[in-house]
Write a protein that binds this ligand. Structure first.
Ligand code: ATP
Length: 236
């Protein structure tokens, strides 16, 4: 479904990604793990057309999209929930959700149905429907960012560090929701994470990114028991 073919990405003269290839198939959850600065966000932003690869290509549904502008990529049904959440802090929870449907030609009923689905996924958002989003807790803001991303019926959804800055119990809730999202319409999911254990626990396959290069890849369950991965990413 999504194929990244040997991309190189630069910021000025500095190369951030080296010959990166990844694939995401229908129905899969794929995780991309790596430390700070490994290039995870750069990879996401390149898939979204925010950065352009100097070499290589990106294909989605058998079409080369790497020259497309971001809005066109979004129009193809790829949704990116960025690191740091980026909700509209001055707007209410409900208004943020409505903004997520902005690019779609939905009827009022379609919008209401999507909002109800968001509230089923995260009942806490319903309780806080009228609250100004900037005053939500970090976990609630992440719930809102995820739900806003779901408002447009993504065909592929990519989450950038959904666990960042959250307490363990909230992290579990977030990952449970990601599994439900994947199951709901068999929506393929990409999770980019420093929290390697959680991301690998819910994903089918994993890529390990280190200083801009894929240094390991495979089935998540196998990688979880690999001594090398345990030592480097799972605290021994
Ligand atoms: P983090 O989890 O800290 O966000 P990351 O794995 O997402 O890390 P990136 O943000 O993709 O890593 O950064 C990869 C490299 O590219 C880093 O060395 C970073 O300093 C550099 N970089 C990222 N954005 C820019 C930019 N806009 N201009 C210049 N260099 C950048």
């Amino acid at each position: 479904m999504l194929k990244v073919n040997g991309i190189d990405v630069f910021y000025g003269n500095v190369q951030a990604l080296f010959n990166i290839s990844i694939e995401v198939n229908n129905k899969e959850i794929v995780s991309i793990i790596g430390a700070n600065g490994a290039g995870k966000s750069t990879l996401m932003k390149t898939i979204m057309g925010i950065n352009k690869p100097a070499n290589g290509s990106i294909e989605y549904d058998e079409e080369v999209i790497s020259s497309f502008k971001t809005h066109k990529i979004v129009g193809k049904g790829i949704v990116y929930v960025p690191e740091g959440r980026e909700i509209f802090p001055q707007m209410s929870v409900l208004e943020n959700l409505e903004m997520g449907a902005f690019s779609k030609k939905y009827t009022k009923d379609d919008i209401d149905r999507h909002i109800q689905e968001a509230y089923e996924l995260f009942p806490r958002l319903k309780e806080r429907e009228k609250q100004i989003a900037g005053t939500l807790s970090g976990g609630e803001q992440q719930m809102l960012a995820i739900s806003r991303g779901m408002m447009s019926d993504p065909k592929l959804i990519m989450f950038d560090e959904p666990s960042l800055g959250l307490a363990p119990v909230i992290i579990e809730e977030m990952f449970d929701a990601i599994v439900k999202i994947n199951k709901r319409n068999d929506t393929p999911v990409v999770i980019v994470e420093q929290n390697a254990f959680m991301a690998m626990s819910i994903s089918t396959r994993t890529y390990v990114l280190e200083v801009g290069q894929i240094v390991n890849k495979g089935h998540s369950q196998e990688l979880l028991s690999s001594p090398e991965i345990k030592k480097a990413y799972l605290g021994g």
